[in-house]
Design a protein around this ligand. Structure first.
Ligand code: ADE
Ligand code: ZN
Length: 372
């Protein structure tokens, strides 16, 4: 579904589902009511690093359980280290935090805590990134990682009614040979993840460094995504699309610097998984009010809102929604578009997508009735 630009002065949302046009009135909402709507609407989360959901309290609990020494004296000392200048300054702390994960139960507990929190934010579907190399480099078997995360995803369906799947990310600061070795280790467990991604330090590690391993993953029928244009230039988004042949771009906010790229992203409806609080905390934008999410949406791109590393960036998905809306003055029409985009952009079945789009429409209609 796509929304047409609002006619001036008439707060109609025109919603196209197939050939049908559905119209309903979205009354002007107070900031408070808009925040309630943003939290209540069903949504998918497509950009969450599970290691970035480790709250300081859980890091300390796991450190104690596993007898791992941390270079921080307390939960408060760790949390106060969460002040970042850029992506790399965050990654250094993020990899240190992940060092407490040793056993299958640790990975299970981490994912279970995230999925409970996501369900609370009315996330109905999550596609979760994990970084196996961060763990295999410490001697943790890849089966330990994948089995723990996958079991939590399975249990979340029965406990919270949320669907969840896994995307294996290659660390781009390591070599392509290392990515190939990781893929080989993971392949016996291929039924437990749906795709691969590319994350970690972007500058100096362009997508084309991983051309061959992505080609192999494509041949294996895996879904493909990559971080591009978070700090890096629009050229990295072009090569993620044309060399790696990814289906979604993670972040992608630097696309606004390239008009031809913006046109392509809009025309092909290539999703961007945008993470407003992450961009603010890593100084990609000087302030949330300078964030370009509204510009991306108004240019017709399939942008979505996500939390990236919620334990480190001060908020889960609903915090991202409410804070970026408050800062940029987006409207209920943008809210509908973002939730709808999250389902459109997901790798779920067409039947699931239709059902979630229907639930979204119902949630807006119910909200508008109560408001009227
Ligand atoms: N790994 C975890 N969060 C990341 C981000 N925002 N960019 C790149 N790699 C990451
Ligand atoms: Zn990310």
């Amino acid at each position: 579904p796509r929304l047409r630009a609002e006619p001036k002065g008439r707060p109609w949302a025109a919603l196209f589902i197939g050939r049908k046009t559905l119209m309903f009135k979205v009354p002007p909402l107070s900031a408070k009511r808009l925040a309630v709507l943003l939290c209540a609407m069903p949504k998918a989360e497509l950009h969450i690093h599970i290691e970035g959901s480790l709250e300081p309290e859980l890091i300390f609990a796991l450190a104690q359980r596993n007898d791992v020494r941390l270079p921080y004296a307390s939960v408060e000392a760790l949390r106060s280290a969460y002040a970042f200048d850029n992506l790399q300054s965050f990654l250094d702390i993020y990899y240190a935090g992940a060092s407490v994960l040793l056993h299958e139960q640790d990975f299970y507990d981490m994912a279970r805590a995230y999925l409970a929190r996501a369900a609370f934010d009315n996330v109905v579907h999550a596609e979760i990134f994990f970084d196996p190399q961060t763990h295999t480099a410490r001697g943790v078997a890849i089966e330990t990682v994948i089995n723990g995360l996958h079991r939590a995803c399975e249990d979340a369906r029965s406990v919270h009614g949320i669907s969840a799947s896994l995307i294996l990310c290659f660390l781009r600061h390591l070599s392509e040979a290392d990515a190939f070795a990781t893929l080989e280790q993971a392949l016996p467990l291929q039924d437990k993840f749906i795709g691969v991604g590319l994350d970690s330090s972007e500058m100096g590690h362009p997508p084309e460094k991983f051309a061959q391993v992505f080609e192999r993953c494509r041949a294996l029928g895996l879904h493909l995504v990559a971080h591009a244009g978070e700090e890096g230039p629009p050229e990295y988004i072009w090569s993620a699309l044309d060399v790696l042949k990814v289906e979604r771009i993670d972040h992608g906010v630097q696309a606004v610097k390239d008009a031809a790229l913006m046109q392509r992203l809009a025309k092909e409806r290539i999703p961007l998984t945008v993470c407003p609080l992450s961009n603010q905390k890593l100084c990609v934008f000087p302030d949330l009010k300078n964030h370009n999410l509204r510009q991306l949406l108004d240019a017709g791109l399939c942008a979505t809102v996500n939390s990236d590393d919620p334990a480190y960036f001060g908020g889960y998905i609903n915090d991202n929604f409410t804070q970026v809306f408050a800062a940029t003055g987006m409207t209920p029409r943008h809210a509908y578009q973002l939730a709808s985009n999250s389902f459109e952009a997901s790798f779920a079945s067409e039947a699931d997508k239709r059902q979630w789009q229907h639930r979204l429409k119902e949630s807006f209609e119910r909200f508008v009735e109560h408001d009227g």
